[in-house]
Ligand binder design. Structure first.
Ligand SMILES: Cc1cc2nc3c(=O)[nH]c(=O)nc-3n(C[C@H](O)[C@H](O)[C@H](O)COP(=O)(O)OP(=O)(O)OC[C@H]3O[C@@H](n4cnc5c(N)ncnc54)[C@H](O)[C@@H]3O)c2cc1C
Length: 288
């Protein structure tokens, strides 16, 4: 199928884009890399009257180091992040996850802003931002607001973005040298969306995990934290018994939708397998 008719504007700067969105937000759609939007148009699952192409907004292509955080412009592409030594060093969770997103051709055009705005429940970057307790800058002609990742994702393909807002940047706290960062997922074939996945950050000392943040993807209507499992992992030394308790607990924290291809029980099983693999790795690599 072919896309329905639409008008197309390519503003030269951010103020011009915000003016267009203020005027046409409800019937318009932002287009960044087009990797999700173009298929939606071609399948006629979306029919905006106007596409506002933000590709020329250089303000959204910055990668900067702030006081204790890294700020990633919304238009940075997956391949930009994968190639960045700063991301590899300061945000290894993100670096690990990007290799699981689609294929090189998609990673060459797809942007972090587009991925997060799309809010696919199996999106890798959404889970990383939640695990890292990231903040998103949402900008409109009305002003700027910062929204925590935990409040941004509201359901399948649903976010806190208003029709006139652009996701301009993502702010992620950088970890200390002892931070453990592990991303893992199971997909049917390399490059497919994950059937289940996890993003974990923590610190390990005296045989116990501290500051655990564990986000899951592909096992609910949005990316979610697993608070009970996080609390269990911090409650005492990491050993085989605690690992098995955590595997049992996390299956109950997942809430996969009905899906004939991958039934909920299967996704719950997969997330347990991933968690066991992750925790055994931490145990094996723990000092002393
Ligand atoms: C074959 C294939 C496989 C894929 N596999 C994966 C996968 O495994 N994991 C994964 O996470 N993704 C996957 N994707 C999706 C892809 O990663 C995303 O489509 C892409 O990163 C989205 O970014 P984009 O710039 O292309 O967004 P676009 O397609 O341009 O836009 C997507 C949506 O976000 C909105 N939008 C875009 N940028 C902004 C912004 N800055 N502010 C506000 N709204 C905005 C648009 O209006 C639109 O609604 C796959 C895609 C394909 C085609």
């Amino acid at each position: 199928m072919k896309a329905p008719d639409f008008d197309y504007r390519r503003p030269a700067d951010l103020p011009a884009a915000l003016t267009l969105l203020a005027r046409h937000g409800a019937e318009a759609s932002i287009i960044a890399g087009g990797q999700s939007l173009l298929p939606l148009l071609n399948f006629r699952l979306a029919a905006p009257q106007l596409l506002i192409d933000i590709g020329r907004l250089g303000e959204l292509k910055q990668l900067t180091e702030g006081d204790g955080h890294i700020e990633i412009g919304g238009l940075l592409r997956h391949c930009d992040l994968a190639a960045s030594p700063l991301i590899a060093q300061a945000l290894p969770l993100l670096h690990q996850a990007i290799g699981h997103i689609a294929h090189p051709a998609v990673r060459h055009r797809g942007t972090i802003g587009g991925s997060l705005a799309m809010a696919d429940p199996a999106g890798e970057l959404a889970a990383c931002c939640l695990a890292l307790d990231g903040q998103f800058s949402l900008l409109s002609a009305r002003g700027q607001r910062w929204v925590a990742a935990g409040d941004f994702f509201q359901g399948i393909y649903e976010t806190a973005l208003a029709p006139d807002e652009i996701l301009t940047a993502v702010r992620l706290p950088r970890g200390g040298p002892g931070r453990i960062s592990i991303f893992d997922e199971v997909a049917r074939r390399r490059g497919d969306f994950a059937m289940a996945g996890l993003a974990l950050v923590a610190e390990a000392y005296s045989g116990t995990l501290h500051g655990v943040r564990l986000a899951l993807l592909g096992v609910a209507d949005r990316t979610i934290l697993a608070p009970s499992t996080m609390a269990l992992l911090e409650a005492g030394p990491l050993d085989q018994a605690r690992i098995e308790q955590a595997v049992e607990l996390i299956a109950g924290e997942a809430d996969p939708p009905e899906d004939p291809a991958y039934p909920p029980a299967y996704r719950r099983h997969l997330v347990g397998v991933l968690l066991r693999r992750t925790l055994r790795r931490i145990l094996a690599e723990a000092p002393g």
